[in-house]
Design a protein around this ligand. Sequence first.
Ligand SMILES: *Cc1c(COP(=O)(O)O)cnc(C)c1O
Length: 375
Amino acid sequence: MIPFNIPAVTGKEYDYIQQAAKNGHLSGDGEFTKKCSKWFESNFGVEKVLLTTSCTHALEMAAILLDIQEGDEVIVPSYTFVSSANAFVLRGAKIVFIDIRPDTMNMDENLIEQAITEKTKAIVVVHYAGVSCDMNKIMDISKKYNLKVVEDAAQGVMSKYNQKYLGTIGHLGCYSFHETKNYNCGEGGALLINDPELVERAEIIREKGTDRSRFFRGQVDKYSWVDLGSSYLPSELNAAFLYAQLEEADTINNDRLRIWNKYNNDLAKLKEEGYIEFGNVPNDCTHNGHMFYIKVKDLKVRTSLLDYLKSNEVGAVFHYVPLHSAKAGKKYGRMSGEDKYTTLESERLIRLPLYFRMEDSHINEVVRLLFNFFE
Ligand SMILES: *Cc1c(COP(=O)(O)O)cnc(C)c1O
């Protein structure tokens, strides 16, 4: 059996969890939470990083921070995980879905301007497979129309666009440390606050709407309820697990790239013969080996290939049902323009198994089965 994913464990996770327990501080914002935040702030050059309980919660915090209100519109690619849209629907926003580019599966930056109305407040970009959207163009549009940009960089930790880490380019960035992501603690996430004006309110929202962080810094003499908020702090146990992985960030990144490059090389012949297509990594992007996907001719071929891999005990999977065609997507959003690529391209995509320290022999077996299938 070759599973689709095995959550990464690098070695020090259990030691650090024990240390966290010995520290006698298991709730949020203890030593390990601070270490994780500092790690991102100093290595990625971010104004402020707050660990959260998930990327979904980081997105929900972003929606509160940007004061998204009933009737506001938020532009989101239709091809993404539900949370990229749902977090804003919870604040009363209407989602305006746009089509993707077939080469990267990212939102088509050329379709954003025509989706903007007087009600538009924000653009949520999703860096699919850890490959960046066209951020130069998107940030230019956001300046021109005075919109905020939230990066859903759940899949993009350690990836770069023009030398800048994903999540650090928009006004806010969101990371996921779910077990299926490159760096994990089971369930977890982070909110990156690149706009200094949003930092203080972000701390309050994350602390149930209280000014508890200011109280601990001695800036106020008691803490109380001052704003909207919820409980978005992860436990120290999660942060301890995550910190062990951040210390090995390059090891994990290089190992995932090894696997990605091997698939890319070993499957090149099937690509040349026209059986499959690969995703594109544009020149200004450095990716993190989050995902290796192929595209086959159509839904019919994909269904039989997935069945074939499953019957040979390989855990390949497909991805997102386009949000604009989902039940809740229809209720809470609308498609701007045509669905030229989202449905068509999503129906032909397959993600191959890829996880930290995946053995070459397992990659070879997946590759062998793919050749077998097409021959
Ligand atoms: C995984 C993922 C999320 C959700 O992350 P959680 O930490 O599980 O909430 C959101 N957006 C994208 C694009 C993802 O891949």
